[in-house]
Design a protein around this ligand. Structure first.
Ligand code: AKG
Length: 274
């Protein structure tokens, strides 16, 4: 699925996009089932009591079927259009969120580098845990990034975090997909104590020395090992061994860079020829 010119314009201007009913209810059925299995069998999902967030990194990599999201024409079309068709898959978390998530961006890059795809597996509304964004906050010269206004300092304006002027609530139903620039400030308010959500992070393939430095900088702080999940490399063997040649394009660079950035967290293995 490729983006229309208007969707490109919207993403460039506001730093996010929402896709309604991208996945059918049948698809949401198996996606949610696999997600639950991953959290329960590879994470501490069974112990989740709602007192705090339960998280795992990676998520789709632990399920052969969820891995195929990386082969899905809709995902490839959206990511390829925004980041280039040779984009890197940069892992993602799986969550039973509990309560609010405060305002934050996922990065602070001078230009577009990375996006997050967020799959909310329950209906979420404005005050029941949907993603909120500050439109335009991905731009380096926006007031949210140029030092004029810090969304975490709402006290000085005497407003609640959920009431920051201009914030947009991206209410979603299961099957919708929310995509945003890592630079975009986002948050969530009023959600349940078991809000199911997982993400796929994707970023531009590094080509110049400067771009590779950015890729390595990303890996240093954001990959399974960096988050304390020792899976022996950037990806699970399952993700690599079940990959058709087209998927390998999105795995190769971070597979290689991971060994350089986290040598102690990388078990030797071959990468398929493709
Ligand atoms: O849904 C949420 O609580 C916020 C998600 C979020 O902050 C993120 O994925 O970076």
């Amino acid at each position: 699925m490729n983006l229309s010119q208007e969707q490109h314009n919207f993403f460039d201007t506001f730093g996010y996009l929402a896709f309604r009913k991208l996945f059918s209810s049948d698809e949401v059925g198996w996606i949610a089932e696999e997600f639950e299995k991953v959290l329960d069998n590879h994470g501490s999902g069974r112990a989740h009591d709602g007192s705090s967030r339960t998280m795992i990194v990676p998520t789709i990599d632990h399920s052969e079927r969820l891995c195929t999201l990386l082969d899905d024409e809709r995902i490839l079309g959206i990511a390829g259009d925004i980041l280039g068709t040779d984009f890197n898959y940069a892992s993602g978390d799986g969550n039973y969120y509990s309560g609010d998530t405060g305002w934050h961006p996922d990065g602070g890059y001078p230009e577009l580098f990375a996006i997050k795809m967020a799959f909310y597996l329950d209906p979420v509304g404005r005050d029941t845990g949907c993603l909120r964004v500050l439109p335009g906050s991905h731009k380096a010269d926006s007031m949210w990034r140029n030092g004029t206004a810090d969304p975490r300092e709402v006290k000085k304006w005497d407003v609640a975090p959920a009431e920051i002027p201009g914030n947009v609530a991206l209410e979603t139903e299961p099957g919708d997909l929310v995509v945003f620039d890592h630079n975009t400030w986002h948050a969530s308010f009023g959600g349940s104590t078991r809000r199911r959500m997982f993400t796929m992070n994707l970023h531009k393939r590094g080509k110049t020395d400067e771009e590779l430095e950015r890729v390595d900088g990303y890996l240093k702080h954001h990959c399974p090992v960096a988050h304390g999940y020792k899976i022996g490399g950037m990806y699970t063997d399952l993700m690599i061994d079940t990959a058709p040649p087209e998927r390998l394009v999105h795995l190769q660079q971070l597979f290689e860079r991971h060994a350089l950035v986290h040598p102690e967290g990388t078990l030797p293995r071959d990468f398929p020829a493709g």
